[in-house]
Design a protein around this ligand. Structure first.
Ligand SMILES: *Cc1c(COP(=O)(O)O)cnc(C)c1O
Length: 479
């Protein structure tokens, strides 16, 4: 496909202006010479070329509005468009962030109520909506852990993290100055209790656990784990990015967690990925509520307000109040589904993942064979052994059939990992068609491995150097 620069022809424009009916002036007379840019070499194209170019580019993209997107650990579900429409209402989008409190009552009320809903869903005492992403919420949580022990006069240095964890967990802890110690998983895919007992000392500030974990498995001994951490005075942190499996069914607070971050841009109706605005609210148990960021949304005698009144607060985590439009979508989602609807969404997410797991089990290695939660993790090791076809080859082959591939090579403890998260929004027909395709690829791997290894065969570009593209992206056009 030609670049827009290559389509450029001198003198073509995509606009027409009416004749100038005022005296013309020379810009150099009114703008400082040093600020004037000449020869910036922008492409010169007609309107129709412009439209075709960007429409074609948009059609080369893939999104959940186009097809199945089973990217594990990302919850790429379809989100009702009505929530986008609600978030786009001018009363929300045109409210100036410096508008006086009296004029912002509706938005403040929405944030206040969303906060209460999240407390209820998670079993926590208080929430902050400020963090702008999951990892940002984690960092907020770890800063609270740090401040909590500082206030108690304890210099705990270490945060425990299971070997199944998302990479952001050790990153957030390290960023706050903690040492990281890893806790192993057992053959069950749960946390190794003996190893946890060994590692959980009075130097440990807390354990960060994802539940369900990144193997898509519920931590069966969750109460025992909480007890071990609490017995040594530690705090128990839940990475709640996988809340899509639990909402309405169980509450992390009831399981013994002291802190949790949610990814509204996974579970609560904002698409994940593409670097768009996200929101990673953080909830805490009552004993940590005074450490939450300020300002807080409070209920006042005549409505809603903002309060900075909190001596133990870790301070502000984000300019203004966070990514408000994401909160509106979460609010609309929660209100429209209600308690029953949220529960059914989680139940169907789990049902769909188990359906895919059972259908694909005969064809791919399943390292942890027990009922899964919202996602299932296979290993492509059988295919490697039988025919030298790797997981990455099978993922590329899926592109030929119009599917976004699952997450691959994560979690790290599963060799050749294939992590499938179908989500609740897909029909049985879609799941069946995807499973049929996966089974067909498993057959191809045996019978015609070269075909799989050379995939994708039908995409505009074939195999790219992904490392080079990520590490040294070359986006500068040099004509
Ligand atoms: C997605 C995810 C995160 C990180 O969330 P971001 O919003 O991308 O920072 C953290 N932990 C788990 C388990 C996740 O799936």
């Amino acid at each position: 496909m030609e670049l827009i620069f290559e389509k450029s022809r001198p003198g073509r424009t995509a606009f027409t202006l009416p004749h100038c009916d005022v005296p013309e002036i020379d810009v150099a007379d009114v703008i400082d010479k040093g600020l004037l840019r000449e020869d910036i070499d922008l492409p010169e194209v007609s309107e129709i070329d412009l439209i075709r170019h960007y429409t074609r580019l948009s059609q080369r993209n893939f999104g959940v509005d186009l097809g199945f997107y089973p990217l594990g650990s990302c919850t790429m579900k379809y989100n009702p468009k009505i929530n986008e429409e609600v978030a786009a209402l001018p009363a929300f989008t045109e409210l100036h962030p410096y508008a006086p409190i009296e004029f912002s009552q509706g938005s403040l009320r929405l944030m206040y109520e969303l906060n209460r809903y999240l407390c209820e869903i998670c079993g926590m005492a208080a929430f902050t909506l400020q963090p702008a992403a999951g990892a940002h919420g984690e960092m907020t949580g770890v800063m609270i852990i740090k401040k909590y022990f500082e206030k108690k006069g304890e210099a705990r240095q270490t945060v425990l993290i299971p070997d199944t964890a998302h990479g952001t967990n050790p990153a957030s802890s390290a960023l706050c100055g903690f040492q990281i110690a890893t806790v192993r998983s057992d053959q069950d895919g749960g946390i190794d209790i003996n190893h946890l007992n060994e590692r959980m000392t009075a130097d440990v500030a807390g354990l960060m656990l994802t539940n369900p974990n990144t193997l898509g498995l519920f931590e069966r001994r969750i109460e025992a784990v909480a007890e071990i951490v609490h017995a040594k005075g530690g705090l128990f942190y839940c990475d709640g990015a996988n809340m899509n499996a639990l909402m309405g069914i169980t509450r992390p607070g009831d399981l013994g967690f002291d802190i949790i971050q949610l990814n509204l841009h996974k579970t609560f109706s904002t698409p994940h990925g593409c670097g768009g605005p996200g929101s990673g609210p953080l909830g805490v148990a009552a004993k940590l509520a005074d450490f939450l960021p300020v300002p807080r949304i409070v209920k006042t005698a005549d409505g809603y307000g903002l309060s900075d009144d909190c001596s133990d607060s870790i301070g502000r985590m984000r300019s203004f109040y966070g990514n408000f439009n994401v909160m509106v979508k979460a609010y609309a989602y929660i209100r429209s589904l209600g308690a029953e609807g949220l529960t059914r969404a989680a139940q169907n997410a789990v049902l769909n993942a188990n359906y895919v797991k059972e259908r694909l089990k005969p064809y791919f290695d399943l390292p942890y064979d027990r009922p899964c939660m919202h996602e299932c993790v296979f290993s492509g090791q059988r295919q490697v052994k039988e025919s030298g076809v790797h997981t990455t080859d099978m993922a590329k082959r899926l592109l030929d059939f119009g599917y976004h591939p699952p997450t691959i090579y994560f979690p790290l403890i599963v060799p050749e990992a294939i992590m499938i998260e179908p989500t609740e929004t897909e029909s049985k027909e879609t799941l069946d068609a995807f499973c049929d395709t996966m089974i067909r690829i498993a057959e191809e791997a045996r019978e015609n491995p070269e075909q799989v290894k050379s995939a994708p065969l039908t995409t505009p570009v074939r195999r790219l150097d992904e490392v080079l593209a990520a590490r040294r992206p070359d986006v500068l056009w040099k004509g």
